[in-house]
Design a protein around this ligand. Structure first.
Ligand code: NAD
Length: 480
């Protein structure tokens, strides 16, 4: 036997021992489907969920310092790969803006980690008590096409910091870039910690793979980020679901607002990634006394005005109408225009807008489809209201009770308070752009899943934990 053969045999044996140490002692059933060639990428939901369970068991043994290592790694990868992955996602999904896709990935570094797991404790005459935040196990995360890799990355930071493994079912429209990111994360996590398949993904996601995850015994919790259909499906799955659902954020501008600042803020938030963000400004209600000044301010700030006939033509292309059971028709969004550039939409409207235009706007009645529907494109209907009370009421109606996000521009504390109380939303931004609600220009931490429907709010590490209490009776209370 020559030296080369001996080395090959030794390497193989060492690799086998390492493999057994990593996964061998995990009490999990045999693999039901072959693993994909790329680490973490699987053909079936069951194989992906089972692998994530094994990954999570490995993480559990390694401890909390390893969680910190992993989330720091994921954050630094997102910063390093922001441009490359932004381009990849933009090329695949063909929606939104490249510069903002890159910005979303560089923002992952600001998502909170284990610092959100500070235990709560008491000490007194009867001893001591501590409540700690334990992982659920494996979380099945369903992600949207509007921010595929950013949602996955943000979910990984929060869920792994909490000690969980994750199996992803991405939107089919953004599944390629999602699988590439998962493979890269896994390889890096493996290289650094020896843990395999901590975060996994189904290569070709479908409604069937979603249903399989809902049924899988390896999945302990669902986390859904998406529109109404997937939220309903997850809530009926029989598993606990954290649901970051749809929004249709209104803006109210009253007579005390700084109109130029309001206009610039609406362009910043409503134009971000061509209005793909669920928190983005979707419709504006302006009180009558400052309506024409606001329209001028919006133009000065760079928004492009579309006359009524162009707004009507655009609506005809963007929405189709279906008859409801009761005989009323309701608008259905043509998804081909979601996240399109303002200049392209101006052409669809039968006109043109200067290159670089970020937002189109029009003077609209309160019941137009741009107001009613979450259109996810940089077209902002501006509605005239008699006074602030009517503006707030119209804003409330247009939000459809999602309790997601709302924005107000005003210097009147009573009006701001009235709107905040009426909307009762997860995010209420005053005198700034909607994105200030996610820490971009305002205080607060960021994340891409805002659990509106189920009420957990902007998700943090703590969202993905189980609270557990440990009590010592009549002892260890050293404060006498
Ligand atoms: P979408 O609802 O079409 O898809 C979201 C995910 O759900 C995808 O993975 C998709 O494959 C899956 N899905 C869709 N219908 C399903 C069904 N019936 N059963 C099982 N799975 C299903 O949404 P989208 O277009 O990708 O994203 C935009 C929507 O998501 C908007 O409504 C937006 O407001 C919402 N959103 C919310 C948040 C938040 O944090 N609250 C964040 C991003 C997006």
């Amino acid at each position: 036997m020559n030296q080369q053969i001996i080395s090959a045999v030794v390497s193989e044996v060492l690799a086998k021992i390492k493999q057994e140490n990593l996964g061998g002692s995990v009490a999990a059933p045999a693999v039901v489907s072959r693993p994909s060639k790329r680490m973490g990428v699987f053909d079936t939901a069951e194989a992906a969920a089972q692998a994530a369970r094994k990954g999570q068991e490995q993480l559990r043994k390694k401890g909390i310092a390893t969680r910190v290592e992993i989330i720091n790694l994921v954050k630094s990868i997102c910063t390093e790969k922001a441009e490359e992955w932004g381009k990849l996602e933009f090329a695949e999904t063909k929606i939104g803006r490249l510069d903002h896709k890159i910005a979303k990935l560089t923002g992952i570094k600001d998502i909170p980690g284990i610092e959100w797991l500070n235990p709560y404790s008491l000490s007194g005459d009867n001893g001591i008590m501590m409540e700690e935040y334990a992982p659920f196990g494996v979380i099945a995360a369903i992600t949207p096409v509007t921010h595929s890799v950013p949602t996955i990355s943000g979910n990984i930071v929060s869920m792994v910091a909490a000690g969980n493994g994750v199996v992803f079912n991405a939107h089919p429209g953004g599944a390629g870039c999602a699988a590439d990111a998962i493979a890269f994360f896994n390889q890096a996590i493996y290289n650094k910690t020896g843990i395999e398949n901590l975060v996994t993904i189904i290569e070709k996601p479908s409604l069937d793979s979603f249903n399989d995850l809902c049924k899988s015994s390896y999945v302990d919790l669902m986390c859904v980020t998406g529109g109404p259909a997937v939220v309903n499906a997850a809530m009926q799955s029989g598993k606990r679901a954290i649901c970051a659902g749809p929004g249709n954020p209104p803006v109210v501008v009253d007579e005390t607002a700084d109109l130029d600042h309001a206009a610039r803020s609406i362009i910043l938030g409503g134009g971000f990634d061509n209005n793909l963000l669920c928190i983005g400004e979707k419709q504006v209600f302006v009180v009558d006394s400052v309506h024409s000044q606001f329209m001028d301010a919006f133009k000065r700030a760079g928004a492009h005005f579309l006359p009524r006939e162009n707004m009507k033509k655009l609506a005809g292309e963007i929405f189709t109408y279906k008859e409801d059971g009761g005989g009323c028709s309701h608008p259905v969004l043509n998804r081909d225009y979601v996240g399109a550039d303002a200049t392209k939409l101006a052409q669809v409207a039968g006109t043109s807008a200067p290159a670089g235009t970020e937002v189109l706007f029009g003077d609209c009645p309160g019941d137009c489809p741009f107001v009613e529907e979450e259109q996810m494109m940089p077209v902002i209907p501006v509605v005239r209201a008699k006074n602030v009370d009517e503006a707030i009421e119209l804003a409330y109606q247009s939000e459809h009770g999602y309790r997601h996000s709302a924005i107000m521009h005003s210097k009147n504390l009573d009006n701001l308070t009235k709107m905040g109380q009426k909307m009762d939303c997860t995010l209420f931004v005053k005198n700034g752009a909607s994105i200030a609600g996610l820490g971009m220009g305002g205080h607060g931490y960021a994340n891409f899943s805002i659990a509106t429907t189920t009420g957990e709010g902007i998700v943090t590490t703590q969202t993905f934990t189980r609270k557990r209490r440990c009590v010592m009776v009549d002892s260890l209370n050293i404060i006498r």
